[in-house]
Each structure stands twice: as C-alpha cells, then as structure tokens.
Design a protein around this ligand. Structure first.
Ligand SMILES: [Mn+2]
Length: 291
C-alpha cells in the first residue's frame, strides 16, 4: 500500500511531523490560489465537524494568508467527553504544514476555543494567536477580523442600541464573557444567544439580519472599512450602512469559506457544492466546454 511516507519530501519542505496524516495529502496538479482564506466554526472534537470536507478544501486551495476565525477546536465539548477521530488530527496537520510552507496563519479564537485566548500575541509553530486582527485587502480596505461571540449580549439590547452610548455597548460585550466564565466554572455548556436563537427562534432569518447589523455597527465605530466574523454559522457578504460585512460561515452545516482573490475581490466558496459538481460527468458540470 502506497503511503505518503514513501514519497520523497522536497528539501525545502522538511517534514516537521513524526506521524503521517490518516488521510494522505493529495497532490492536486492545479490548486486554486487565493490571496486570503478565512474559515471558522470548524468545531474539531465534535461529531458535527465535517472534517472530510475541510480536508478536501485544504487539498485544493492555496493562499498567502489563512485566518482561522474561531471555534476551530471545541474545547467546551471536549471538556465533557473525548472525541478526536484521526481526521481531526489531519485538519490540524494540514494547517501546521501550511504554516511551515510559508503561509501566514493567524488564529483568532472564538468562544468554544477560548482556552487559546490567553496566548494572544504568541506564535505556535508558525500560527499567530491574535484576539483580533486587522486585514488589509489588495484594494486597500481595512477589515476587522473577529470571531463575533462578543456580540451575543449586545443582541439582547439591539432595539435600544441606537440610544445607548458605546460605553454601554462595550460593557454588554464584557457581560457576555463574565456570564460564560461563570457557566464554565459551573460545568455548564457555553451559552450563545446567536446559536440558540438561530435554532429555536422561528424568525431566525430576521435574527441573523440583526446580528449582522450589530457587528457592522461595531466595525463602523472602530473606523474600519469592513468586518470578517463567524460564530452564527451563516455565510454572508453584503454592505451594511457603509461597512462591508463578511461572515465565513462554518464547517458543521454549511461548509463555506470566505476568500479574497489577488485583486481584492471577495467571494464565499460553498465547498459541499463544489465537491458535488466535481463528482458530475464533465459535460454536465461544464456545459460550455462540452459544446
Ligand atoms: Mn462561536
């Protein structure tokens, strides 16, 4: 059986790992190249995580900068019970390998991987840990990169948000951290208003719209041109009151990533659909070429 360990490793890519991936890294001839890729809400360590789809994504896509926008490893769930199949290791393997090969990897922790937050400013194996980041696009826009859990508490006050000052707004964000620190001590799961509302509230669409407005408001007050977040597992890109709102979605249900092309154009990739199209016969997938 051919194993990846039998393949010669080019000298410029010294293998820093003692184990090979469970799913061997596929050598795809034409990998797609982007300036920047954002992924979040992978939730490694849970059954919901679609690791196979993400492994496929990493084997087809290259980028100069990779942002991991939080909830990458689900520490909250792992605390309760251990679940770590080999595919989840393979995702970590691919990210670290990428960093070694020269991709800039920035990890902005979220609420489910908040145990990473104290390492703000550290650099682990080429992965920069940052509580938040500012990304400058090829066309010169400044984007704030945050996971987005800090807006959960703000959502409760959304209706009168317009009447309160930014101090109250910031206080509400801190309130969310305190509530969940307490819940963690009590052994309770993370409480996310956004996720509860998305799954239980009938008008989830309206709720998501409000969340997006809250995030855009925060970005505007920070003086940036746009914001990239995750957290609500709902990929989106649209201008909101003069701010570019981007959400890279998740790898539990949606399997989406946000990418920046080399000219600064942004796009949401729906990977499950790309995989489905790839499985189709060529004449069905690409009618123009078949003609
Ligand atoms: Mn989250």
């Amino acid at each position: 059986m051919a194993s990846i360990s039998t393949l010669p490793i080019p000298a410029r890519f010294p293998d820093p790992f003692t184990t090979d991936p469970h799913v061997p890294e596929r050598l795809i001839g034409e990998r797609r190249s982007y300036r920047t890729v954002w992924v979040s809400d992978i939730h490694l360590g849970t059954r919901g995580c679609n690791a196979a789809m993400l492994i496929d994504f990493f084997d087809h896509v290259d980028c100069e900068t990779l942002y991991l926008v939080g909830d990458i490893i689900d520490g909250w769930r792992l605390k309760k019970r251990h679940f770590w199949p080999p595919e989840h290791n393979d995702v970590v393997w691919r990210v670290l390998k990428r960093a070694k090969r020269g991709t800039r990897v920035v990890y902005v922790p979220g609420n489910h991987d908040e145990m990473v937050k104290p390492f703000d400013g550290f650099d682990f194996g080429g992965v920069e840990i940052r509580r938040e980041a500012i990304h400058e696009t090829a066309d010169g826009r400044k984007l704030l990169v945050v996971h987005g859990d800090e807006f959960d508490a703000v959502m409760l006050a959304h209706r009168w948000l317009a009447f309160v000052g930014d101090a109250a707004y910031t206080a509400l964000m801190k309130c969310n951290v305190l509530v969940n620190a307490l819940r963690s001590k009590l052994g309770l799961p993370y409480w996310s208003l956004s996720m509860v509302a998305k799954h239980k509230v009938k008008n989830a669409v309206q709720f998501i719209g409000r969340y997006e407005e809250v995030v855009a408001h925060a970005a505007r007050s920070r003086g940036v041109d746009g914001v990239v977040c995750g957290h609500i597992h709902s990929a989106e890109m649209r201008p909101i009151d003069g701010v570019d709102y981007y959400n890279d979605g998740d790898w539990v249900e949606g399997c989406t990533a946000l990418v920046e092309h080399h000219d600064g154009t942004m796009e949401i990739l729906h990977w499950a659909e790309e995989v489905a199209v790839r499985a189709l016969p060529a004449q069905l997938a690409l009618p123009a070429r078949a003609a």
